[in-house]
Write a protein that binds this ligand. Structure first.
Ligand SMILES: Cc1ncc(COP(=O)(O)O)c(C=O)c1O
Length: 391
């Protein structure tokens, strides 16, 4: 049976050939310029957002009694990195629908030990950070903007009021290079310090990146809905939890635990990120059009985070469900493989909005899906949620 995967890998066979050629060609050891349209001189490449965040913490060298604040939800590894550096991590809630930050709660959480606030732009939509930045500026603390899910082309390089903006080119991201992070650091001293620490790291072995190219190019073939449907059917038959398997296979390995994040990106990865940075606007526009169509097919009574958000890049399309398991099960029966996200909230009290958002169901979504399938999906979700609500 045909089944649409939740996310497909945005990487073509021609990207693979380009990357493979770069891996096999002789190294020039020339610096490869990688930057956004603006803030060129403030930008540098790391292995991932997690590696860039670790680099920030190494450069700042905070002391063990220091604290930081994580806004909303994030991948568990980002929280783990802050804790590995000995920091106490506090949480601040967000609204589960608008994803706006509870600034009153933020003010209440700040102490003289708070050193920075880390705030993500979730699911591809940007939140306005001016309020948060002004509070942080008054208190003299950094704002680290996690743009891992929000890359939408090289014309937007993050919010100018933040200390640093971190972008991910990891395997499941739009315009992926299968690895890589771009850090835009606006504090000149901090940037210099991060760049000199990065320059002291050993280079990433090219064969590692080549192995990645092969693995994910193979996995990308399974985005075909017919092939994907067969594979999922086999897993279900064998009693294998395919959702856990997909998360394991597509997640970037926890390089922080192995120490491999403290490396400089190899030349082939630098070339690939540069290639992906020049992906034209049409690519992102197509994604936005498909996302808007899916949103319009979803009933107004549904709880859709960031609905009508003007600046969404539609990395994924989340829905807040009354019964997550039932929605996922019934969508699968109809050929749509909706999944839960890997995002978690930090802490557990007074962060109900973030906790609810962490339970969001991600609908299968790709610009390559035919319009009628996107509309069928939207109507089906509306129907299932209505029937769950009644029962
Ligand atoms: C919100 C958020 N932050 C950070 C990351 C980590 O990005 P990377 O894989 O580039 O380290 C991710 C990855 O999915 C993410 O979604």
């Amino acid at each position: 049976m045909r089944m649409w995967p939740c996310l497909s890998i945005d990487f073509t066979f021609s990207d693979f050939l380009f990357g493979a050629r770069r891996c096999l060609s002789r190294r020039t050891n020339e610096p490869i310029p990688i930057h956004f349209e603006s803030e060129a001189e403030r930008t540098f490449l790391t292995l991932s957002v997690r590696a860039a965040f670790d680099l920030y913490l190494v450069a700042r060298n905070y002391s063990p009694q220091d604290e930081c604040i994580f806004v909303g939800i994030n991948v568990p590894e980002m929280v783990a990195i802050a804790r590995l550096h000995g920091l106490t991590v506090k949480a601040v809630d967000i609204d589960p629908l608008s994803t706006e930050i509870c600034l009153e709660q933020l003010k209440a959480r700040l102490t003289s030990c708070t050193r920075f606030v880390l705030v993500p732009h979730l699911f591809g939509a940007r939140v306005d950070l001016r309020g948060l930045s002004s509070i942080a500026q008054q208190r003299g603390i950094d704002v680290i903007e996690d743009c891992a899910q929000a890359y939408s082309g090289r014309s937007w390089s993050g919010s100018p009021t933040t200390t640093a903006s971190l972008f991910s080119f990891g395997p499941m991201k739009t315009a992926t290079a299968l690895q890589g992070g771009i850090a835009v650091v606006r504090d000149p001293q901090l940037r210099e310090s991060m760049q000199s620490i990065l320059a002291s790291y050993p280079p990433q072995p090219t064969w590692r990146y080549f192995a990645r190219l092969c693995r994910f190019t193979l996995l990308a073939r399974f985005s075909n809905p017919w092939l994907y449907g067969i594979v999922v059917a086999v897993f279900v038959r064998c009693g294998i939890d395919h959702e856990a398997l997909i998360h394991r296979a597509t997640r970037s390995a926890n390089i922080v635990l192995t120490g491999l994040h403290r490396q400089r990106p190899c030349e082939a990865l630098q070339c690939m990120v540069r290639r992906k940075l020049t992906t034209g606007n049409a690519h992102f526009e197509k994604r936005r059009e498909a996302g808007c169509l899916l949103h319009s097919a979803l009933s107004q009574s549904l709880r859709i985070p960031q609905r009508d958000h003007h600046q969404s890049a539609f990395w994924v399309v989340p829905v807040l469900s009354h019964d997550v398991d039932s929605l996922k099960h019934r969508l699968r029966l109809a050929g749509f493989d909706a999944l839960s996200s890997r995002l978690v909230s930090v802490g557990c009290s007074e962060i109900e909005g973030a906790t609810e958002l962490a339970q969001a169901v991600l609908l299968p979504f790709a610009p390559a899906m035919p319009r009628e399938e996107l509309v069928r999906l939207g109507k089906l979700v509306s129907k299932i949620e209505a029937s769950i609500g009644e029962s």
